[in-house]
Design a protein around this ligand. Structure first.
Ligand SMILES: [Zn+2]
Ligand SMILES: [Zn+2]
Length: 135
């Protein structure tokens, strides 16, 4: 019973959060709501929700996995400075899979693409720092 309530709160939080959040962020937010909830419980519920397809987990190379509300497949860009992930507005290449010549016997389930770049906020910070000091 308790587990269900916690799971629903976690699902609700991810669904109402626009963007991408790490398990640590979800844990901090859920703590405000349910004191004494353990980190392991939050992480386990996130895993279960992702496995059930209720939310999406994106594995970020060299960074913490992030979660986002269930959404149609889409691509991401990651800021190399702050590490945040953003959705990209571009077509999803369903046909990409059909072009694989040597499938190694795999059953393919999908693919993820993460572009890298520098977000506008980090660009602005860098421009400010690079600007010569005012007289
Ligand atoms: Zn950034
Ligand atoms: Zn996304």
């Amino acid at each position: 019973m308790r587990t269900t309530v916690q799971k629903l709160k976690i699902l609700d939080y991810v669904n109402h959060h626009c963007g991408h959040i790490t398990a640590a962020d979800v844990y901090e937010a859920i703590c405000q709501d349910i004191p004494h909830v353990s980190r392991a419980t939050v992480y386990r519920n996130l895993n279960n929700l992702a496995a059930d397809g209720k939310i999406r987990r994106i594995e970020v190379p060299g960074g913490a996995d992030v979660y986002e509300r269930h959404s149609p497949p889409h691509y991401h860009v990651r800021c190399v400075r702050c590490g945040r992930l953003f959705d990209l507005d571009m077509p999803y290449f369903e046909q990409l899979q059909a072009q694989i010549r040597d499938p190694h016997g795999f059953i393919f389930l999908g693919h993820d693409v993460i572009f890298s770049g520098i977000c506008p906020e980090c660009q602005a910070k860098e421009t400010k720092q690079a600007a010569p000091p005012l007289p």
